[in-house]
Design a protein around this ligand. Structure first.
Ligand code: ATP
Ligand code: MG
Length: 230
């Protein structure tokens, strides 16, 4: 088991979005998350990435904890240092990619690992070049993100997210801005990443994409009141 979330709850202004939900992602697995608008798909992904705080529950990746359930039915987040270890296990590709506009493609890739001193500059460049080549973006290494097409920005964002070899990689609506052919290419790229041992979570409205590329389809309609086991 790679990612494990147990008894997760989250409410916004007394609106229970996620209620006592259990969820796992194994390595090699591509979990596609589908469901009606407003049912908490993005919220779940943000909770797993530590961008939003859960009210209750335990979240861990391979024994690295983000938060732990407490005896009084709440949750406690780990120290900053422990949290960094957790965060390095998980990556996220945002719907709008969120590339740094003032950095080139290769600089986007090396920024976090170098500034966090997780890789030396030369290690980071080497890794970035490998990933950009895998993504078919070697020729775009030194250009700024605004000059890339949507599909190219998506691939640059994937390369950036892969820099620290995360065990889990999350995608929020990866195909919403792409044509059918490019969506298919992105799906195949995600399959390759999963085959190399990374667990994948994809939030999507594209039910066809979810079925074709998901090894397991989960519906967010069960987030409040029920959990995955039921
Ligand atoms: N920061 C926030 N503050 C208040 N309410 C929020 C916040 N984030 C999400 N919500 C609410 O939580 C619910 C779930 O939102 P979320 O974005 O997770 O849904 P979603 O399943 O991703 O929807 P969509 O398919 O439209 O992207 C919604 O009712 C939303 O209004
Ligand atoms: Mg959403």
């Amino acid at each position: 088991m790679v990612l494990k979330a147990e008894g997760i709850s989250k409410e916004f202004n007394r609106l229970k979005v996620i209620d006592d939900f259990d969820f796992t992602i194994e390595s090699n697995e591509i979990v596609t998350l589908v469901g009606k608008s407003g049912t908490g798909k993005t919220t779940l992904m943000r909770l797993l990435n530590g961008l939003e705080k859960a009210d209750k529950g335990t979240i861990s990746i391979d024994g690295h904890y983000l938060c732990r359930a407490t005896p009084d039915g709440k949750t406690e987040y780990v120290s900053k240092q422990e949290r960094k270890k957790y965060s390095n296990q998980i990556g996220m590709v945002f719907q709008d990619y969120q590339l740094f506009p003032n950095l080139t493609v290769v600089e986007n890739c090396i920024e976090a690992p170098v500034s966090q001193k997780l890789l030396t500059k030369s290690e980071a460049y080497q890794k970035a070049e490998e990933l950009l080549s895998q993504m078919g973006l070697s020729a775009k290494r030194d250009v700024y993100p605004r000059t890339l097409s949507g599909g190219q920005q998506q691939r640059a964002a994937i390369a950036r997210a892969m820099m620290l070899n995360p065990k889990i990689l999350c995608f929020d609506e990866p195909t919403s801005a792409l044509d059918a052919e490019t969506s298919n290419e992105v799906g195949k790229m995600i399959q390759k990443i999963a085959a190399s041992g990374t667990g994948i979570l994809i939030v999507t409205h594209d039910t066809e994409f979810a079925k074709v590329f998901g090894t397991r389809v989960v519906s967010s309609d069960i987030f409040s009141g029920h959990n995955e086991k039921e």
